[in-house]
Design a protein around this ligand. Structure first.
Ligand code: NAD
Length: 296
């Protein structure tokens, strides 16, 4: 199968390398020429636009920052739609607003083209290992057709429902993660202010009901004062913006997500946008006047 791949950033680069290693023929495009050159050295063919990719491939993966980038790469000038044949399928693996997944899919359907939304969870380490979690929306027959190819990049590939459902699952994931980091932050700053060692509190509670993957990933970072990304605050702001837009469009109240959005605005005001989202703890440290960092 020949696959077009647009967007060779932190995630797209290792994902496309894994497809090449598995023997898929790739035609790639990005705005950054350096990453294209790296992929070409690994065996991919370079293209100059989405249009050129679509002239060669009838399966095209996009891995781009947000909805406007996907819209531009697929429907914009020199975009996929300008070179595509009927039956071409765009598999968007970016995390975007599900309302936009549906709107872009509807434009493609007018040209007898298909679209799936298949965002991922797991970050760069899992993109490198090929163990991402992929959440798929779109026609079930397309999911069946592409399952094996998606599994090359993933540890799990789950069908969630119609187009847009993949990004609903991804946004649900991002809501749970942000709210959990805030819960861990609030609890650890409370412990510190109560005069109890937050690290020992973490060790005492991590094996019980309060323990979570988020707690084990983020509490040690907070205790070390280590905010090296990982997952950047600015990307989480993008996801919560999409989550709130999608929730408001269907009158689904999301009060905790809205609260976390305001917490993230504090981080932006403090210049922490490029830090790991574990820096949510800084909001609670500022409120309480107590730092959870060891030996402080
Ligand atoms: P990134 O910014 O590192 O890479 C995006 C790439 O897209 C860049 O190389 C950029 O040059 C390219 N690009 C932008 N617009 C383009 C266009 N119109 N045509 C061609 N190329 C274009 O982003 P990333 O970290 O790889 O994230 C991609 C998506 O995956 C985002 O939606 C993000 O939220 C999601 N995601 C990221 C992580 C993570 O840990 N980084 C984890 C899970 C999901």
């Amino acid at each position: 199968m020949k696959i077009g791949f647009i967007g060779l950033g932190i995630m797209g680069r290792p994902m496309s390398l894994n497809l090449l290693k598995a023997g898929y023929e790739l035609v790639v495009f990005d705005h950054h020429e350096d990453t294209i050159a790296e992929l070409v050295a690994a065996g991919a063919k370079a293209a100059n636009s989405g249009r050129e990719i679509a002239q060669e491939c009838d399966t095209i993966i996009t891995m781009l920052p947000n909805s406007p980038h996907v819209r531009a790469a697929v429907l914009g000038e020199d975009g996929v739609v300008e070179g595509a044949k009927e039956g071409t399928c765009v598999i968007d693996m970016s995390s975007i607003d599900p309302t936009e997944s549906k709107a872009i899919g509807a434009e493609l359907a007018k040209k007898n083209m298909d679209m799936m939304d298949c965002p991922v969870s797991g970050g760069e380490p899992k993109a490198i290992d090929g163990t991402l979690s992929v959440m798929c929306g779109g026609k079930k027959e397309l999911f069946d057709k592409y399952y094996e190819m998606l599994m090359v990049m993933a540890g799990s590939v789950v069908y969630v429902g119609e187009l847009g459902s993949g990004n609903v699952a991804k946004l649900a994931n991002q809501m749970v993660v942000a709210i959990n980091i805030a819960a861990v932050s609030e609890a650890l700053t409370f412990a510190k202010k109560a005069g109890t060692d937050p690290e020992l509190v973490y060790q005492a509670i991590r094996g019980g009901l309060a323990g979570s993957t988020v707690m084990d990933a983020k509490a040690p970072m907070m205790l070390d004062g280590n905010y090296k990304p990982g997952f950047r605050v600015e990307l989480h702001i993008k996801d919560l913006t999409n989550a709130l837009n999608a929730a408001h469009a269907i009158s689904a109240p999301a009060p905790l997500t809205a609260q976390l959005m305001e917490t993230m605005q504090f981080l932006r005001a403090e210049g922490c946008e490029k830090e790991d989202h574990a820096s949510i703890v800084k909001f609670y440290e500022k409120l309480s006047g107590a730092s959870v960092v060891k030996n402080t």
